[in-house]
Ligand binder design. Structure first.
Ligand code: UDP
Ligand code: MG
Length: 322
């Protein structure tokens, strides 16, 4: 059922050093948006919004030129690099002042642009959030596939609700984005936050392609950091595990003590310091691991209490200027 066609759509695209791929992305998004406007699916006030996340190459110049050539393009320039999640949030936030509905996607054309039609259909059918879900990962390296699998399983096991195989390709209504803005946390993991908003949601599956050009901005180090961020932002279960492990080890040690006392009483000599050394190392390692996990959470609390801004906008390209 179609009830409220012709809403203003903003497509938000975070960009970090994307000069190689941006012109092609712009071209494809432009024809897509023009087609949507022509068919009356979205309003002609719809825009494609690029968020420059402190790129070191000519990304921002490209965005400015696109805006000059065609008012379909608009841009937000962040004061420095703040990472994908923050750049995305900056774009969502800015777009929510103008748009009825917002779709976020990556700049590298890995997400199939044509899934937009399906997302908009779900939106007009009354959904506030539509998740783009990858139908398969056949274009990913074995390593990426493997680590991603572990990540999603671990997240769900630890109790953080995430949508399997969904990255940040999603549609959100204006009211969903406004609701998202009420989550004040500084440690951002949008994939975990969005399901917490609620509202009616749907899934649209698409095939994820290889990066059109340029290199991935998520090297292994960043992937690990991202996964840790996701887990520790959404679950305190690791701390619970530490407590349980500590209790378990304590109980075992009591049994060991009893066992050794009995052996002593019946006269069997306890020999070998190897076992002692081993347990000292094992316990030491566990203690350090546990302290590390607790430290992670304390670090999070520290960052949250400061309440620093998640991003600072340097400039927004708008229609009224020049
Ligand atoms: N990105 C960003 N800031 C960063 C790193 C990445 O805005 O610090 C953007 C990047 O331009 C791209 C998206 O986030 O549009 C996803 O990055 P990428 O495609 O490199 O990640 P991958 O698909 O390899 O996981
Ligand atoms: Mg990518």
């Amino acid at each position: 059922m179609v009830n409220k066609m012709n809403d203003v759509l903003y497509i938000v695209v975070p960009c970090y050093n994307e000069e190689e791929v941006l012109p092609e992305t712009a071209k494809r998004l432009k024809s897509k948006t023009e087609a949507l406007i022509a068919s009356g699916t979205v309003s002609d006030k719809s825009r494609i919004m690029f968020v420059n996340d402190g790129s070191k190459d000519s990304t921002w110049e490209i965005i400015e030129n696109l805006h000059k050539e065609n008012r379909l393009f608009t841009g937000v320039n962040l004061s420095r690099n703040r990472g994908h999640q923050n750049a995305l949030l900056a774009g969502l936030d800015e777009a929510s002042h103008h748009a009825d509905v917002i779709i976020s996607m990556d700049a590298d054309l890995q997400d199939d642009i044509n899934a937009v039609d399906g997302m908009l259909k779900e939106y007009y059918d009354g959904c506030d959030i539509v998740y783009g879900v990858r139908s398969d990962r056949k274009n990913d390296s074995f390593f990426k596939k493997f680590t991603a699998e572990i990540f999603y399983r671990l997240m769900n096991f630890l109790g953080a609700e995430t949508v399997f195989n969904h990255a940040d390709y999603r549609l959100m209504s204006k009211r969903a984005v406004t609701a998202l803005a009420q989550f004040k946390e500084v440690n951002l993991f949008l994939r975990g936050l969005v399901p917490l908003i609620g509202f009616k949601s749907a899934f649209v599956s698409y095939e994820r392609k290889e990066r059109f050009a340029g290199k991935s901005k998520y090297p292994f180090k960043k992937m690990i950091a991202f996964a840790l961020e996701g887990i520790t932002s959404f679950s305190t279960k690791p701390i619970r595990f530490i407590t349980l492990l500590g209790a378990l080890i304590f109980i075992v040690s009591i049994f060991m003590l009893i066992y050794f006392i009995i052996r002593r009483l019946i006269g069997a000599a306890v020999i070998g310091w190897a076992s002692v050394i081993c347990s000292v190392w094992a316990i030491g390692g566990l203690i350090m691991l546990s302290l590390g996990v607790i430290g992670e959470y304390i670090g999070k609390i520290y960052l949250e209490t400061k309440g620093r801004p998640k991003f600072i906008i340097e400039k927004v390209l708008d229609d009224e200027e020049d």
